[in-house]
Design a binder for this molecule. Structure first.
Ligand SMILES: Cc1cc2nc3c(=O)[nH]c(=O)nc-3n(C[C@H](O)[C@H](O)[C@H](O)COP(=O)(O)OP(=O)(O)OC[C@H]3O[C@@H](n4cnc5c(N)ncnc54)[C@H](O)[C@@H]3O)c2cc1C
Length: 466
């Protein structure tokens, strides 16, 4: 494929913007980007509400597996970043245990601690990695940690049973367990808190995570971006796309970052419908809570907290005013929490009650002293929040992605490629960047096709021609 190709990009989230940015960097001008909403950012966007509180669509932080991504972030916001060390915790049995839970079980009551150790000692000796996520959890962490944290937490966050999920996506996303270190931490009373790729992160000083993507969109040629242009029909034979603003565009190649199941439906690709139907997802409720005063001493430096227990509907809460003081109108007078609740057909949510249940959960878990202190509530339901890596996902993707590619459609991004393991902002941007490089330079797309490789650091020093 050469530089004369007419390229149409669907969606102005990190993936679509990444593709447009890289095409422009490489000197390819014949592209156009269509976005359904009135602004860029997609799930990584932010809003500032009427009272002046800023909210992300769930707690977003910047961390990266790629130098290209880091350099771009540096250039986009310059000094306007706040750098933070991750301070994340698990609220369980009426106390905070530092994350990762499995390394810090010394904080548990004696009985539960013993159950966790006993489970670790009697872990089954699996010959090969288990196929399903529940067996993987039990084999890796033992029955005690599975019972107290891993199973209830994962049921909450995915809104799907772990036994229906695959174990193959895990990679660097779940901290492994080293029994010797666990015992050492217990006996020497040590905490181990710096595990993982996101142990330090950065956050925009102003405007939330969405500032990054607004800035990137702003640097692209504005006449090549159409907002409020939602794809409504797609003729894949003639490569003609129709949009809600009445426009019609032809292309040689389509980079689609809209949800894969919707693309198949809109394009009327009946042969691909069964595979598209096998793709599972959960919705996410984001509930922002503005509170008068200052956070309790126990929350002063915390970033986010995980909640595996049933005394709250949320699986995670971020102390969002700790990310940037500008996330609230006046940090000397108020602070903010942002809760996330997952929903699916397997784990329904009563939308009428979810705000009330969240406030009750915040009281029960001592995040707020009283709801009388709450001065602002923000609630948004994201119909598609998490692409769930079920046991049937990979077969479905093997049927879908190459078949679309044969029709000149590159479906990429969080819900475009449906691979949770490469669906953070850095991965998403790079899926767009790599797709552009593939189209213009014939380069391999590592992120979408080799997630384990990029997540284990393989893509960090990739060389890119420009
Ligand atoms: C609760 C939550 C927490 C997260 N936390 C983090 C985090 O801490 N760190 C991190 O790096 N990432 C995080 N993410 C992931 C991050 O949001 C994604 O990586 C990123 O937004 C994916 O970008 P994308 O461009 O692939 O998709 P999206 O952001 O979904 O963008 C797709 C775009 O396509 C548009 N679109 C949809 N349909 C159409 C249509 N028919 N026609 C035209 N346009 C259409 C949408 O409006 C949207 O703008 C989180 C996500 C969620 C939901």
């Amino acid at each position: 494929m050469g530089s004369e190709k007419k390229i149409l990009i669907l969606g102005a989230g990190p993936t679509g913007l990444g593709a447009a940015w890289r095409l422009t960097e490489l000197g390819h001008t014949d592209w156009h980007l269509c976005e359904a909403t009135s602004r860029p950012g997609g799930l990584a966007g932010s809003v500032t509400d009427e009272r002046g509180y800023t909210w992300d669509h769930g707690g977003h932080i910047q961390f990266s597996h790629y130098e290209y991504f880091d350099r771009l972030m540096d250039s986009l916001l310059g000094d306007a970043w706040i750098r933070r060390e991750r301070e994340s915790w698990v609220w369980i049995m009426d106390r905070f245990v530092p994350y990762p839970f499995q390394a810090n079980i010394r904080h548990l009551p004696r009985e539960a601690l013993w159950e966790c150790i006993e489970g670790l000692l009697h872990r089954p000796t699996a010959e090969s990695r288990p196929e399903d996520f529940e067996s993987f959890i039990r084999a890796l962490f033992g029955e005690g940690i599975a019972k107290h944290f891993m199973m209830p937490y994962n049921c909450k966050v995915w809104a799907h049973e772990p036994r229906t999920m695959s174990a193959h996506w895990v990679g660097d996303r779940v901290a492994p367990v080293d029994l010797e270190r666990v015992l050492r931490n217990i006996i020497l009373k040590r905490d181990e808190v710096s595990w993982g790729p996101n142990n330090t992160f950065r956050f925009p000083e102003r405007g939330g995570t969405g500032t990054i993507w607004r800035e990137l969109a702003h640097r692209l040629p504005q006449d090549q971006i159409s907002y409020r242009a939602k794809l409504t029909a797609l003729d894949t034979e003639r490569r003609v796309a129709q949009f809600s603003d009445g426009s019609e565009r032809t292309c040689d190649v389509l980079i689609s970052t809209i949800p894969l199941n919707r693309l198949v439906k809109i394009a009327g690709l009946d042969d691909l419908r069964p595979a598209a139907k096998a793709l599972a997802f959960s919705a996410t409720h984001v509930i922002g809570v503005g509170v008068r005063g200052a956070p309790g001493e126990h929350l002063r430096t915390k970033c986010w907290m995980y909640f595996p227990e049933s005394n709250s509907p949320f699986y995670r809460v971020t102390v969002f005013s700790n990310y940037s003081p500008n996330n609230v109108p006046d940090i000397t007078r108020e602070w903010s929490l942002m809760a996330e609740v997952s929903e699916s057909a397997h784990r329904p949510v009563d939308v009428e009650c979810i705000v009330e249940d969240t406030l009750a959960g915040m009281e029960a878990t001592r995040l707020i002293e009283s709801r009388d202190d709450v001065e602002n509530i923000y609630h948004r339901r994201l119909p598609m929040g998490y692409p769930v890596p079920t046991l049937t996902r990979d077969a479905a993707l093997e049927a879908l992605l190459p078949a679309l590619q044969a029709r000149g459609i590159f479906s990429r991004g969080r819900f475009g490629a449906w691979k949770y393991e490469v669906s953070n902002q850095d991965h998403a941007l790079m899926q767009g960047v790599e797709c552009a490089e593939h189209l213009l330079l014939g380069a391999e797309e590592e992120t979408v096709w080799r997630p384990d490789h990029v997540n284990s650091g393989g893509a960090r020093h990739r060389s890119v021609e420009s």
